[in-house]
Design a protein around this ligand. Structure first.
Ligand code: PLP
Length: 414
């Protein structure tokens, strides 16, 4: 594992920013202030170069060829799998399935784990603050099997009601699927506790880690979950690649999801036998360059240090929260005591979309909309929010630029 830099040494953010070519570009004649990392983060040069190097020197299909390029590509691809295993402390590379992203990972579990075993009346428990990616696949499998979805409520801060959760776990509960961090509110869920309560009752668990892995160290064995899903593009890696972690014993018990090349051992017209883990769940030619790029992204964040990243982002969150609260008419949506580095807000009399457009004219990129979490918007009775989401390359000066741009928006629209 890459050496963790001294825990007390602060991040050299200016040096880090130089590793991200896009951060030095201008938008509408102003320096880019990129505060949409929750939707997709930017890539360091090392990731961009790794993908290019792969295409320029090593590209071939994996697992199939005896020739040199195929072996090199396979070595790089499987090397990336090992990096991802280490990153989340999975027990084996058999537990690391490459997928397109969090959405595909959850669809895989709902169909390959859920569909064959759910019976009418069985229950799947999620929470009110889930991203659509952790709602819709479960709704679909409920429609297919007659199972039903149960939703744990949240309070006005955006905190999940653990008592209600405990009360919801019953003899028909088969799966608990929860976000690690809410993308709409920033709430960090007590997933270790949530998972433990489910496991005590023999219930399977899935954690949607899309918004967690870029911000904090994740140890799937410590969490104890059966499945953990995340996307490369939010973790400073390429788009179109992500990871489904699955406990080996559980993956072994599941039929394949998609059929095709690479997931088989033998095929005849009478009968097909399936490959071992994790290949059984990786039908077809994978995103080889994406996986290699993601491995390099993981090397990069580990060289910066997850603990130092978490500390810097906490500082950004505190600073942004206090600065935003000085803006007249601004209300923060999502005030949980445990939050990751994002702030959702609304501004009196200004529609978030108009706000996003004016901020863009100032070079400030934030996200506006329902953040693929419509039930959260309904709960807070807002059509949409504006969301500033931070990464370790963001600075106090950028938060000042956001607040300045909000002042301009208020004058124009408020
Ligand atoms: N889950 C959460 C909490 C998210 O924030 C996102 C993306 O915003 C997703 C799932 C879906 O991720 P992807 O679109 O990369 O599959």
């Amino acid at each position: 594992m890459a050496a963790e830099p001294g825990i007390l040494a602060p991040l050299d953010v200016e040096r880090i920013r130089r590793d991200f070519p896009i951060l030095s570009r201008q938008v509408r004649g102003r320096p880019l202030v990129y505060l949409d990392n929750g939707a997709s983060a930017q890539r360091p040069r090392a990731v961009i170069e790794a993908e290019r190097d792969y295409y320029e020197r090593h590209h071939s299909n994996v697992h199939r060829g005896v020739h040199t390029l195929s072996q090199e590509a396979t070595g790089l691809f499987e090397g990336a799998r090992e990096k991802l295993r280490r990153f989340i402390n999975a027990a084996s590379t058999k537990e690391i399935v490459f997928v397109r992203g969090t959405t595909e990972a959850i669809n895989l579990v709902s169909q390959a784990w859920g569909r064959p075993r759910l019976q009418p009346g069985d229950e799947i428990v999620i929470t009110w603050l889930e991203h659509h990616a952790n709602i819709v696949p479960w709704q679909q499998v409920c429609e297919q099997t007659g199972a039903r979805l149960r939703v744990v409520p949240i309070d006005r801060r955006g905190v999940v009601d653990l008592d209600a959760y405990r009360a919801m776990l019953g003899p028909r509960t088969r799966m608990v699927a929860v976000a690690h961090v809410s993308n709409a509110l920033g709430t960090v869920l007590p997933v270790r506790e949530i998972v433990a309560m489910a496991r005590e009752r023999g219930i399977a668990t899935l954690v949607d880690g899309a918004q967690a892995v870029p911000h904090q160290r994740v140890d799937v064995r410590d969490l104890g979950c059966d499945f953990y899903a995340f996307s490369g593009h939010k973790l400073f890696g390429p788009t179109g690649i992500g990871v489904l972690y699955g406990r080996e014993r559980v993956l072994e018990s599941m039929p394949p999801w998609q059929g095709g090349g690479d997931m088989i051992l033998t095929v005849s017209f009478e009968r097909t036998t399936y490959n071992t883990l994790p290949f059984r769940f990786e039908a077809g030619t994978p995103n080889i360059a994406g996986a290699i790029g993601l491995g390099v992204a993981v090397d990069y964040v580990e060289s910066v240090g997850m603990e130092r990243i978490a500390r810097h982002e906490h500082d950004l969150l505190d600073y942004a929260t206090s600065r935003l609260l000085t803006v007249p008419g601004l209300t923060i949506i999502g005030t949980a005591p445990e939050k990751a580095s994002l702030v959702s807000f609304v501004l009196d009399g200004v529609h978030p979309h108009d706000l996003g457009t004016i901020l863009d004219a100032e070079g400030v990129a934030i996200r506006t909309g329902h953040h693929c979490a419509m039930p959260v918007m309904d709960f807070f009775d807002v059509p949409a929010t504006a969301r500033a989401s931070f990464a370790f390359y963001n600075t106090h000066a950028e938060i000042d630029a956001l607040v300045r741009a909000l002042g301009i928006a208020r004058e124009m629209l408020g």
